[in-house]
Design a protein around this ligand. Structure first.
Ligand code: BDP
Length: 692
């Protein structure tokens, strides 16, 4: 992972670091300070190639870290830390008595730990300490990871082995990986972890499991990570012996209040509940004719006395709806203002479901009176699992920088989720991550980069995807520019390549129902139309795309102007979103001068070319990193190229059966006919049993 502390191989820098960082002093005595000490000691020990001296007093030259409360010496510097808040930190080089010191100062111990990780990152990326002056504090309150881990240790959409949590050996055995997990998260500022699947097993709230859970919370605590649980809305019936889970029933209320008391007894800093309700078969308040707000508020009341939060998901869609796109907005906007203050609505970045490219969800900018956070996906459910390289930093920044125009120009999704647009009481960002028991934690070594990017962006959404990729590569592999530059290019292109060979021009959800790996644009005739691919692309002899303008589902009305107009007008919508909003004729002339059909073919072929380019770039860095990771990624890129060709050929041949137009001469021709690919998808794609 990115805490790969290698001795600095730039001799000038190494000298500078040794002169400045060999003596260290940390003030205070909490578990968090102990963690910071261990991190600094081990980290600098490896980076400097010699163990630093951990002193009990202020060094003449060296590192001084701590809070103002715990260090007279730091207090006497009269620093202004008011801007930093509880979690922020300051790193600065100061000269006293003619000697230079690097100080890390914060208001609370957790800020000191974040500052330590900040300094280590600085050194890991070989930056100078000259005039270092950094002030950092997080832009959102809850920087949260979501695990989709089941209690049988299979991970829904996981692709990296079994769940990290060894329920069988907890609470007795604390696997060392729990601590490493907490370190990774803390190093990028993540402060909340929901450890179990949103499709929640009610058993998680039984005494037996809570005892195990509390041990994980103990491990996370020094690292500033609050533990949350996904809960099943029917828990009062399923494990509590009640005959209803009606949120307005007093017995049900009491059951939840007692459950909350019990949890806080074991985990005094418990974060709260994440809830998937009335979505994809999960129980919820609808069974009792209650609203999402009534359901969420019942739980919020139980948690409120303890300072806990309810994170209520807005991922809902109903087969009765004619356009799934509209669903979340139509269900939640009428409830704006009805949720308690300790509820946050968790909204996926797009209106459907973590597709390779989606327009932003119109719920961002529509919930003025309801705390609203964003949910992103690190695990590559729709991006080739752990087989394909797809850095999500670019997708995340695209989603965050989208302008909702809710309060005029500049009302970005980022400003909605950081609370500055509507002055939310609580703010947050979440990502579904995938770590498992695989030796490298994430399956594909580059999935780590999206976890890293998520954390960095949750802390500071103004960072660029490129800057983050640069950091991650240097920390995880090497600072050698001959490696960093080409591989950064691979990363920056990888998501767009994935869009191009799967579903360009605003196509979406061309997967089979279930595993979401290979191409299946032909999928039709399932119990629910919104689980088929034909529902999304609507290809016919005239054209392709989903009409969401006034002549169609009119989902564009859910956006503020001028977004609605921009998406709704064939001439102003960008190519990237074209088929999200319009059913377009095959001969429609595109901005490039090509027809829609030609453009579609062009994009599919381009996607494959991009992957081939990625392969070449990767081969160019052979010898610059260890052969183990080199060979692993190389083999995975071969798989990705094979799959990209299959995606391209499957989709082009299938859509050709509607357009009736030839694949232009300049392109290599598909090796097989359409039937071959349909058969292949049925039999060959799902690589592992738990991928379903
Ligand atoms: C979809 C996944 C499914 C999840 C669901 C969710 O296919 O496994 O349970 O989202 O977010 O992306 O609840």
């Amino acid at each position: 992972m990115w805490l790969n502390y290698q001795t600095v191989d730039d001799s000038e820098r190494l000298q500078e670091y040794r002169a400045m960082l060999s003596d260290i002093y940390l003030a205070g005595g909490s578990e968090t300070i102990d963690a910071a000490k261990a991190e600094l000691n081990d980290g600098l020990g490896q980076l400097l190639g010699e163990t630093p001296n951990l002193l009990n007093s202020i060094p003449e030259a060296g590192v001084v870290a701590g809070t103002i409360q715990n260090s007279d010496w730091l207090r006497n510097l009269d620093l202004d830390l008011s801007r930093l808040g509880p979690e922020g930190y300051l790193i600065r080089k100061i000269d006293t008595d003619g000697r230079s010191k690097i100080i890390i100062a914060a208001n609370q111990d957790i800020g000191v730990l974040y500052g330590v990780f900040g300094l280590l990152r600085h050194v890991q990326t070989h930056q100078t300490l000259d005039d270092i002056s950094i002030e950092r504090s997080p832009k959102v309150e809850y920087r949260m990871v979501n695990h989709w881990d089941n209690l049988d240790r299979l991970v829904e959409r996981g692709y990296a082995g079994l769940s990290l949590w060894e329920w069988g050996t907890l609470p007795e055995y604390k696997h060392p990986r729990y601590t490493d997990y907490a370190r990774f998260n803390a190093s990028i500022g993540i402060n909340a972890s929901v450890i179990n699947n949103v499709n929640a097993d009610p058993e998680i709230l039984t005494d037996q499991f809570l005892e195990k859970v509390s041990v994980l919370a103990d491990v996370f605590r020094p690292y500033g990570i609050q533990l949350f649980l996904s809960i099943n809305f029917q828990s009062p019936q399923r494990i509590g012996g009640l005959d209803t889970s009606d949120p307005l029933n007093p017995d049900v209320n009491e059951w939840w209040a007692e459950k909350a008391d019990e949890i806080y007894e074991l985990i005094p800093d418990f974060g709260g509940f994440l809830v998937k309700a009335d979505s994809e078969g999960q129980p919820g308040p609808f069974a009792y004719n209650r609203t999402h707000a009534e359901g969420a508020n019942m739980l919020a009341k139980a948690l409120e006395p303890h300072g806990g939060m309810v994170v209520w998901r807005a991922f809902v869609y109903d087969p009765a709806q004619s356009d799934r796109f509209r669903e979340a907005y139509d269900e939640f906007v009428p409830l704006d203002g009805q949720f308690m203050d300790n509820v946050i609505l968790q909204v996926k970045n797009g209106p459907i479901d973590f597709q390779p490219r989606e327009p932003f969800s119109p719920l961002f900018g529509a919930m003025e009176e309801t705390n609203t956070m964003i949910e992103l996906q690190v695990t590559q459910e729709y991006f080739g699992f752990s087989q394909h390289l797809a850095y999500m930093g670019t997708l995340f920044t695209e989603a965050l920088q989208a302008d909702t125009y809710a309060k005029g120009e500049g009302s970005t999704v980022a400003k909605v989720v950081d609370g500055s647009l509507f002055d939310y009481e609580h703010t947050g960002m979440a990502a579904v991550i995938n770590p498992g028991t695989d030796e490298n934690w994430t399956g594909h070594p580059f999935v780590q980069s999206s976890w890293y990017a998520f954390g960095r962006l949750a802390w500071d959404h103004t960072l660029s995807a490129e800057q983050i990729a640069d950091e991650w590569l240097r920390m995880t592999f090497t600072n050698n520019i001959d490696f960093v530059d080409p591989v950064k290019e691979i990363m920056m292109e990888s998501r767009e390549a994935g869009v191009n060979y799967r579903m360009p021009l605003g196509l979406t959800h061309l997967y089979d129902q279930g595993h979401h790996y290979g191409p299946a644009p032909w999928t039709a005739d399932l119990p629910r139309p919104d689980w088929t691919a034909v529902y999304y692309h609507k290809a016919d002899d005239n054209g392709i795309g989903f009409d969401r303008t006034v002549t169609g589902s009119n989902a564009i009305e859910q956006y503020h102007e001028p977004v609605a107009e921009r998406f709704g007008d064939l001439n102003s919508v960008s190519d990237d979103y074209l088929l999200w909003f319009h059913h377009v004729g095959w001969d429609h002339e595109m901005n490039s001068g090509r027809t829609l059909w030609e453009e579609l073919v062009h994009k599919y072929y381009k996607g494959v070319e991009q992957v081939r380019g990625m392969q070449q770039q990767w081969e160019s860095i052979k010898g610059l990193i260890d052969s183990e990771r080199y060979e692993h990624v190389k083999a995975l890129l071969d798989i990705q190229e094979r799959d990209a060709v299959r995606w391209r050929d499957s989709c082009v041949l299938y859509f050709q059966s509607f357009s009736g137009k030839p694949i232009p001469d300049q392109y290599e021709k598909p090796e097989h006919d359409l039937d071959h690919y349909i058969e292949l998808e049925k039999t060959k794609y799902v690589p592992d049993p738990w991928y379903n």
